[in-house]
Design a protein around this ligand. Sequence first.
Ligand code: AOF
Ligand code: ZN
Length: 365
Amino acid sequence: MAEQDEPIAAPGRGEEPTAAELAAMERAAALAWDSAGRTSPNPPVGAVILDVDGHRVGEGATQPAGLEHAEVMALRQAGRAALGGTAVVTLEPCNHQGRTGPCSEALIEAGVARVVFAVPDPNPRAAGGAQRLSEAGVSVLGSVGQAEVARAAIGPWLFAVSQSRPFVTWKFAGTLDGRSSAPDGTSKWITNAVSRADVHALRDRVDAIVVGSGTVLVDDPQLTVRGVRGAADGELVARQPLRVVLDRRHRVPADAQIFDDAAETIRLDTAVPRFALKALYDRGVRHVLLEGGATLAGAFLEARLIDEVVGYLAPTLLGAGSAVLRGAGITTMSEAVTLDVSEVARMGDDVKIVGRPRWASGQEE
Ligand code: AOF
Ligand code: ZN
């Protein structure tokens, strides 16, 4: 997918994207990013409408499942100004009557003269929008900025639908020497406030947070999103991800914080990562954040079910205590899992590192 960076034009209608269209695509990608975590099982998509003169007259993002697609939101805002204009969308407009009407028809009806999109729709039920539009005389340009867009908001969704399981991000916080707690079990506040706020922003973009029963019994975490998206410090954000505890033996008591009414929570009666992911996919989950503990993360890694790693490291040394990762089945250096690193960021004095296990990097391509 990343190789196809060359824009593909519909037959006979090839034109380079204009500067205004490229800028609109960047804006559409930002709108999509903003809707991440709020659209599943639908993809987070962004759309911008330019009028005949290339001015932005409408924008929108995918609404929660069953509600409007991005194009419809943007067209609504543009009104009559869409006539003769251009729609710039991060995903190929759909061509099907699903829970909402086909976006291809909505664009044709609004009199849009040109459609520029980034990623072709891999869903066979919805695909065909580009063809329908060009048959109706609309100039269509696809794969504009595809690689960038696919790497951002819609990436986990694309991966999930191609693999029929959610994309898994494993997040951990540890000391510089890779410990998540001291020998006496204390573990509070290893990383600083900047890192912790960043974790909330990460939770805000996923559909579900998964933990093992051991983590709940030891830490009693709440696993909610607080203090981001304009919510005051410590205050709950309106949309909360599903909380999931893998608890085959029903060890987690009903008064654990994850069962409070701040968000929905489910208990899965399995310790097998693959079954857990299948159950979550069937519920519409497309992006999972795995938050612990070390043994569960090891099981996911051994099964090659970790697609992205987000690690927060504090400049602290413990020399003893639990490791952030355990039991991944690795015995020798040649079996070590290497990450292709996409981000290294300073979080105050902590360091955040983001990467994809090498085996996963090419999977969706
Ligand atoms: C678009 N624009 O903003 C999104 C699209 O069940 P439905 O009717 O909501 O359709 C869901 C499918 O539509 C989804 O699987 C994907 O292929 C496409 N999503 N398409 O034109 C959008 N979110
Ligand atoms: Zn649509």
